[in-house]
Design a protein around this ligand. Sequence first.
Ligand SMILES: [Zn+2]
Length: 110
Amino acid sequence: MQENLLIGFIVIWVALVLGSVMLFQRGKDVVRKRKLWPIYTVFSNVIIGAFIVYMQPPTMWMIAILVLLVPLTLLTIRSTKFCDSCGQASRSPFFMKPPQVCSHCNKPLS
Ligand SMILES: [Zn+2]
């Protein structure tokens, strides 16, 4: 049962990574990407949170990590911008301010 759950997590994780590539690396539908990005980010961090709970670390660790996941999720959403010109995602490290220009075509980002 426990091992099945672990395999389940790995399957979900691979699906999330593939989904991310399909949804955000391909295509030029910037409106759709912007709409789906927060949903995707929240969902994937919920999966990470669930995995941490499953690993059953010491309670203090678990609470600390889960509390940290919340601002991390918000910052991940904020630090990714989608370019109006080429539709590509530009990211900055989560602790820095959002990118100002597209990392693909150098056009300013809104
Ligand atoms: Zn661009």
